[in-house]
Every structure is written in C-alpha cells, then in structure tokens.
Design a binder for this molecule. Structure first.
Ligand SMILES: Nc1ncnc2c1ncn2[C@@H]1O[C@H](COP(=O)(O)OP(=O)(O)OP(=O)(O)O)[C@@H](O)[C@H]1O
Length: 277
C-alpha cells in the first residue's frame, strides 16, 4: 500500500484571475519511503503538501492513502511546519501530551515520554518552549507529530528557519528517526543539499505551472557527506536541471532589471534556492 497522488491540479484565484499552481501531479510514494519535493519558490511544493495533508482541496485529481481517499486532515497524516507552533503555556511534555487528548492521562504520558526520548529531549520535558533553542522546539514538534503514530509524516521546510549547524544536526536526527520508525516521509525543501542528504527519492518540481520535471532515486549509503563525490555529483546534476527554473523565477521577479551575469553572481554558487528569490 502507498500514498497515491493522482492527477492533482490546483487553481487559485489572484485578484479574480485564475492562477494554476499545480498541473497534473502524479506520484506514488511507497510505504516507508523518504521522498523530498524539491523546487524553486512558488512551484507549488507547499500547496501539494497541504493537499496531501487535507488542509487544501485539489481542483482536480485526488490523493489516496492505503486505498482511502483523503477528504480532510486526519491522524494518519502528521504534519510538521517550518514554525513549530508549540503552546507557550505548556511545558515540553504537556505539549506532546496535548496532541493525545481524549486518551487516559497515563497513556498520554507514556507515549509522549517515548517520543521525547526518540528525539533526545528526555532531559527537557519540564522546560517551556521559550527556554529551548529553535532546533529543540522543532524536535518537540516532530515528537508531537510522531506521538499520534501517523502512517505518513508530512514536513514543510521544517528546518528552513534554523542555522546551518543546527540544520545539519537535525538531518542526522531525522535520518535516525526515519530508520527507527520506518515512517513514510514527504519532505518539502528548496535546498538541494538537504534533499540529497535525506531522501530515497527526490521529486524535482518546476514553476508556471507547478509540475514535476524529473525524479531521482538516491541509492547512496547513509549518513551522507557533502564531500562524498557521488553526493556532490548528484547535487550538481540537480543544480543544472533547476538552473533554468530558478532563472525563470528571478526573471519574473526582477523584470527588466534582470541580467544573467548579475544573477549568476548572486545565486550561482550555492545550493539553496532561497524562499525569497
Ligand atoms: N491561498 C492562495 N491563494 C492564491 N494563491 C496562492 C495561495 N496559496 C499559494 N498560492 C500561490 O501558488 C503558488 C505556489 O505556492 P506554494 O506556497 O505552494 O509554493 P512553494 O513551492 O511552496 O514556494 P515556497 O518555497 O516559496 O514556499 C504561488 O505562486 C503562490 O503565490
């Protein structure tokens, strides 16, 4: 069984004008697979993730999980966003227990403690969100999503707001969690390195309209190092393919000021396509 995205399209209306954010997306994510949706700003990654989460409705097509059509949000699909959205008046343990409301208190506590151990936060269960670093807060959000035992974990740029060191540490942590829990993960990112470090499979998306350009299987051993020539080669391949899409976005945003030499200086040397370009 699997997560199936069948012919999904999405049209938004901007100032009464139709705008096609997604065009006929077809994708099958196998159970236990780690799949990244990678692409430049505005290619519809978040829209697709929200449709899978049931937070947004497709204009055409459908999402089917283990044979059941997605009609709205559900506990079998846990979501982690860029902002962890913890409740500031609850401590770490209570934040995770809150997600399990309705079950006996002892059971809530047992499950919450198990998952906080998984994200290595056992020592901080009595801390409040403001006492934690950004990376720790995001680990609480991951523990909270996993505590509900979803079949699929949907992650929308969960490490996008964190510094590079913390992000790298959380890559290792997420790889460990994924290997340990064997969850299916759909992970949105615009960072090529992040996608290559984490995924079994990378789905490259392009803009205008949002669509799948190409897929890559990543059969490299974990943990992956940026210095590994195979990792670097794959990053390079992806960068080349996406160059055209990135130029398209820059050209649209800069209009007549666009100059490809200047753009190469500004955007050509790193692997993060930035949320703001
Ligand atoms: N509710 C909405 N109403 C109108 N347009 C929308 C809405 N949500 C998204 N869009 C548009 O759809 C397009 C895709 O947006 P989306 O946020 O899915 O892209 P993305 O690839 O996740 O980008 P980013 O990396 O910048 O978050 C954008 O042009 C966006 O402006």
């Amino acid at each position: 069984m699997a997560l199936q995205i069948k012919g999904v399209s999405k049209t938004f209306y901007k100032q009464d004008q139709p705008f096609q954010a997604l065009d006929n997306i077809n994708l099958i994510v196998k159970t236990g697979q780690f799949v990244s949706l990678l692409g430049p700003s505005g290619c519809g990654k978040s829209t697709l993730l929200n449709i899978i989460a049931g937070l947004e409705q497709a204009t055409a097509g459908e999402v089917v999980l283990d044979g059941k059509k997605v009609e709205g949000p559900g506990p079998e699909r846990g979501v982690v966003f860029q902002e962890p959205a913890l409740m500031p008046w609850l401590n770490v343990l209570e934040n995770v227990m809150f997600a399990l409301k309705g079950r006996p208190k002892e059971e809530q506590k047992k499950i919450a403690l198990e998952h906080l151990k998984l994200v290595h936060l056992s020592k901080f269960i009595h801390s409040y969100p403001h006492e934690l670093s950004g990376g720790m807060r995001q680990r609480v959000a991951i523990a909270r999503a996993l505590a509900m035992n979803p079949q699929v974990l949907l992650m929308d740029e969960p490490f996008g707001a964190l510094d590079e060191q913390t992000r790298m540490m959380l890559h290792r942590e997420l790889t460990y969690i994924w290997m340990h829990t064997k969850k299916t993960i759909v992970f949105v990112t615009h960072n090529i390195r992040e996608a290559v470090q984490l995924s079994d499979r990378i789905v490259l998306m392009g803009t205008r309209p949002g669509r799948i350009i190409k897929e890559f299987e990543v059969n490299l051993p974990r943990p992956r190092q940026g210095t590994d020539p195979q990792v670097a080669e794959l990053e390079e391949q992806i960068m080349e393919l996406l160059g055209v899409e990135i130029e398209k976005v820059i050209r649209e945003e800069m209009g007549d000021d666009y100059n490809s030499q200047k753009a190469a200086l500004l955007y050509g040397t790193h692997r993060d396509m930035g949320s703001h370009i």
